[in-house]
Design a protein around this ligand. Structure first.
Ligand SMILES: O=C(O)CCC(=O)C(=O)O
Length: 281
């Protein structure tokens, strides 16, 4: 396994702002190969990345929910060896995860975020651990651009420093697609701290703390914005909670290369099933 050390700026950004950027984690050509796998899937009459127990996943069988498939393909990456081995268990991503998490690494969530040209919808302001509701603050979150991610096509936005606060209970509005941070709080926080727009080229990665407040706007532009995301944790942080989506990334200091990826079995673990988010107001 290769070692990874953050650059001074990355470490400073991580501590002070709650995120950092790693450029050229994979070459653009490899990012485009991964994007091709996703585009092929999207062209199928019934794309995979089905409804699953991912609490970040709003998909279901209603017509509205089906339209959402083009916002996110939850858990799709375990169906693509190219994506899984390049990103979720790629040498450089695991080396970064290992810096934060040690030698045993679980991939807790994986998804594809699809923001099609002109119709791509917003992802509301949230903290990842505000959606998980499992109290975990340590896992390591990362997102790789497979198309250029720009202000025009709906790149991610972060409130710098918001990772230092508590996990805020998320709520549902009439038009919420999943739990979100209370809108009044978001307005006040942005007025105080501003936002940073994370523009990335294909193959670049942004990594963030699980408590960081983040969002992405709709995509009115003519350019699609496809990205892949993952969350890495370890057995200590995960503390015996069973989730059907957990897969091993690194075990006993060795990178896991099995495909399909090995499911994490936790003996006597408790199934983690958070309660629904309350309604706003
Ligand atoms: O890709 C996006 O637009 C949103 C991604 C996101 O919010 C996440 O990965 O937590």
């Amino acid at each position: 396994m290769q070692n990874w050390q953050p650059k001074d700026k990355q470490l400073r950004d991580w501590r002070e702002k709650g995120f950092f950027i790693a450029r050229d984690v994979v070459p653009e050509s490899v990012a485009f190969d991964m994007r091709g796998v996703i585009k092929n899937e999207l062209l199928k009459p019934e794309p995979s990345g089905r409804p699953d127990s991912d609490p970040m996943d709003p998909m279901g069988d209603t017509p509205e929910a089906q339209a959402m498939r083009f916002r996110k393909l939850g858990n799709f990456c375990v169906e693509s060896p190219l994506i899984w081995h390049t990103f979720h268990t790629g040498e450089e991503m695991l080396a970064m995860a290992r810096y934060f998490l040690g030698d045993d690494i679980i991939v807790k969530f994986n998804s594809v975020f699809v923001k099609p040209a002109k119709t791509g919808s917003a992802t509301p302001w949230h903290q990842d651990n505000g959606l998980w509701r499992d109290g975990e603050t340590e896992p390591f979150n990362a997102w790789m651009a497979l198309d250029p991610a720009t202000c025009e096509n709906g790149c991610m936005q972060f409130v710098p420093g918001s990772h230092k606060g508590e996990i805020v209970p998320h709520v549902m509005y009439e038009d919420s697609i999943h739990g979100e941070l209370p809108r009044e709080l978001v307005k006040a926080r942005i007025a105080q701290c501003g936002t940073e727009h994370i523009e990335l080229d294909p193959g670049d990665v942004v990594c963030w703390h699980s408590s960081l407040w983040h969002y992405s706007p709709p995509n009115p532009s003519p350019n699609s914005r496809i990205a892949i995301a993952g969350v890495w944790t370890n057995p200590t942080i995960n503390a015996g909670r069973v989730r059907p989506l957990h897969r091993w990334g690194m075990k006993n200091r060795a990178r896991c290369t099995a495909f399909p990826p090995e499911i994490v079995e936790i003996e006597n673990g408790e199934l983690h099933q958070p309660n629904p988010h309350p309604k706003a107001g």
